[in-house]
Design a protein around this ligand. Structure first.
Ligand SMILES: NC(=O)c1ccc[n+]([C@@H]2O[C@H](COP(=O)([O-])OP(=O)(O)OC[C@H]3O[C@@H](n4cnc5c(N)ncnc54)[C@H](O)[C@@H]3O)[C@@H](O)[C@H]2O)c1
Length: 273
């Protein structure tokens, strides 16, 4: 536990589970106050209870990042609860794979909406709050850095069979990151991207059974056959998939003072793959 994020207000979407949950816990451990979001109410409320039990301030905004009014509701909750926004981690997401000839428009837009349009809307909604704070701090002669971390994927950097929707969205978020780093530099916002390789979560869990998760009323397949993990581990220089703590470490680096002079970058967190 350090206090390098003491008092900072961090929004982490999709933080009821997986990487987002690990990021929220890591930032809280460094002193941040958390705005927790998840599509599913139970894990979101459980996270808030867990953070409060360990002495952190936290509030939940339950719902899909794709809802038209979501971004405004998220930012308003942050401002009403904690009087501002210092860190935004656009993490919420899922996959819905198919080769292009079998991919429906619904499948395409569901993934683009969640991984690309939602981060765009959240950042647009955050602008007035960040801009007002940055102007006030500049007038006082203070340089205060705020942080945006967009979560991308190796699929967005290199492409991946069966993921034309996902890889397009995750490549799009890299473009969004680069542009916003240029637009928001004058506001002292570091805008960076973390692209994960294989991180073990429920999306990528090795399984021999056909597993599904429910995302907004749709039953979607998750998990991968153990032989795929084995083959990946043989090819990955670091010899295995990553875990959520390792994933959260990379995100936290872009949320703290270590990254005050880094912006517009995408780091691939993939064990060297
Ligand atoms: N796990 C990996 O190997 C991997 C690799 C590359 C990128 N990623 C990205 O990391 C992020 C987190 O994934 P994860 O592996 O932790 O998955 P996960 O399923 O463990 O956690 C994702 C969380 O996001 C929530 N969520 C999904 N859709 C949402 C929506 N529309 N609105 C709000 N919340 C929503 C889920 O309910 C879940 O709690 C995603 O953006 C994913 O694409 C993961």
């Amino acid at each position: 536990m350090t206090n390098k994020l003491d008092g900072k207000v961090a929004i982490v979407t999709g933080s009821g589970r997986g990487i987002g949950q690990a990021v929220a816990l890591k930032l809280a451990g460094e002193g941040a106050r958390l705005v927790i979001n998840d599509l599913d109410a139970e894990p979101a409320h459980e996270m808030v209870a867990r953070l409060k039990a360990q002495g952190n301030e936290a509030v939940a905004v339950v719902g899909s990042v794709t809802a038209p009014d979501f971004a405004e509701r998220l930012i308003k909750t942050s401002v009403d609860s904690f009087k501002g926004v210092d860190i935004i981690v656009n993490n919420a997401g899922f996959t819905w794979d198919n080769v292009i000839q079998k991919m429906t428009d619904e499948q395409w837009y569901a993934i683009i909406d969640c991984h690309l349009t939602a981060p765009f809307r959240i950042l647009r909604a955050a602008y007035p709050v960040i801009s007002a704070a940055a102007k006030k701090e500049a007038a006082e002669g203070r340089e205060v850095f705020r942080k945006v971390v967009n979560i991308s994927s190796g699929a967005g950097v290199n492409g991946n069979v069966g993921q034309s929707n996902y890889s397009a969205a995750k490549a799009g978020v890299i473009g969004l990151t680069k542009t916003l780093s240029k637009e928001w530099g004058r506001l002292k916002v570091n805008v960076n991207c973390v692209a994960f390789g294989w991180i073990e979560t429920r999306l990528t869990e090795p399984t021999t059974e056909a597993k599904t998760i429910e995302v907004e009323g749709r039953q979607l397949s998750v998990g991968v056959g153990p032989h795929i993990v084995q083959s990946y581990s043989q090819r990955c220089p670091l010899g295995r998939p990553g875990n959520v703590t390792e994933a959260a470490g990379a995100v936290a680096m872009y949320c703290g003072p270590e990254s005050d002079y880094i912006s517009g970058q995408t780091i691939l967190v993939s064990g060297g793959m």
